[in-house]
Write a protein that binds this ligand. Sequence first.
Ligand SMILES: Nc1ncnc2c1ncn2[C@@H]1O[C@H](COP(=O)(O)OP(=O)(O)O)[C@@H](O)[C@H]1O
Ligand SMILES: [Mg+2]
Length: 351
Amino acid sequence: MTRVAVVFNDDLRLVAGNAQDALAVQGVVSCARAVTDALRTRGHAASLHALPMERREIGAFVEALDVDVVFNLVEAIGGDARLEPAFAWACELRALAYTGSPPRAMTLCLEKPLAQAILSANGIPVPRHVVMERGDEPLGDLRLPAIVKPSREDASHGIESASVVRDETALLARVAHVLEHYAQPAIVEEFVDGREINVALLAGPNGLEVLPLSEIDYRGFPPDMPRIVSYAGKWIETSRDWALTQVVAAADLAATTRDDSSPDRIDRAASLRGARLERLRARRHAARRARRAVRDRRESESRHLAGRGLRVGGRTCGAHARGRRRAHPRLDLLNRPKRRVVAEFVLFTSP
Ligand SMILES: Nc1ncnc2c1ncn2[C@@H]1O[C@H](COP(=O)(O)OP(=O)(O)O)[C@@H](O)[C@H]1O
Ligand SMILES: [Mg+2]
C-alpha cells in the first residue's frame, strides 16, 4: 500500500488582489479532498495535509512527512503564488517523490514574459507583447486590441472583460489597475482572435501522449463581450461568465494533431520536445561512452564526454494553443493546469 500525503495550501484568509481571488484557493481545498478520497478508494493510505502558512515552518513540515510520495496540490505559500515552487524544492531537498511539475518549470510558467521568451526562442510564435513595470513604457509597434494581464499570476487572476482594451486610454488605465492591485508588472499582449484549444500533452515512458483536445465554446457570448476565459468564467459558478463559458470537445482538430506532416502548433510543441529529447539521448549516449572510457582508462576521452553534461531531469511546462487553424496559429504559454485548463508538455530536459 502506497503512503501518499496530499498536500494543499489552505490560504483562504491571505489572498491578495481581488477578494474574489479566494475562490480559486477554495477550489484547491475541495480538489485536495477529492484526490484524497479517490486515492483511498483505490486502496492507498492517503492523508490530507494543509501546508503551514508560515514560511519558516515549511522545512519542519516536510521533514515530518513520513510517506512514499507527496501528491502536490500546493499552489501558493502564505497566499503568495510566487512561492509555489518552494514547496516542490523542499520535497527535492528531502528527496521525497512528488507529483506534478518540478520547481523550475513552475518558476518559468509563473512569469509569462519569461515563458514567452523561451517559446519564441524555440520558434513558437507568441503574441507580440510589452511588459509594463511603471505604466508609461512605450508601446512600440504593438497593435490593438490587446489584453492586459498581471504578468505573474495564473488561474485567470486579474482577467475580466475590462482586460481587453481597444484604445490607448483604456490600455493605460488597465495597466495602472494591474500595477496597483497585483503589485507586479503588467503584460500587454496583442489580442489573438480565433479558437481557444486546451491541449494536454503528457510525457510518459513511451513518449508524448496527446490527450483529447478541449475547446472553449464562445458561441453563447454576446458580440460585445470579449471572448476570453475570465476569472469569473473559471471560478464563479453563479456568474454570467461561468454560464456562458462552455468547454467542449475539439473533435475536428484531433485528427490534425495526430498528423505528423501538419504544421499545426501542437506538432510544433511536440517537435520542440522531440529536439530536446534528441539532445537528451545524445547526452545519455555520451554518458555511456564516458563510463566505458573510464572503465577502459581512456582518460582524455572520458573528460571530454563528461563535460557535455550528464545530468538529466524532466521539466514540464504549461502550454495553451489558441488561434486560427490554418493561418499562423499562435501558441501562448500559460500556467499550470487548473480546474479545466490542463495543458502540459515537456519543454526542458536538463537543468
Ligand atoms: N493574447 C491573448 N489573446 C486572446 N485571448 C487571450 C490572450 N491572452 C489571454 N487570453 C484569454 O485570457 C485567458 C486567461 O489568460 P492566460 O494568459 O491563460 O492567464 P492565466 O495564466 O491566468 O490563465 C485565456 O484563457 C484566454 O481566454
Ligand atoms: Mg490560462
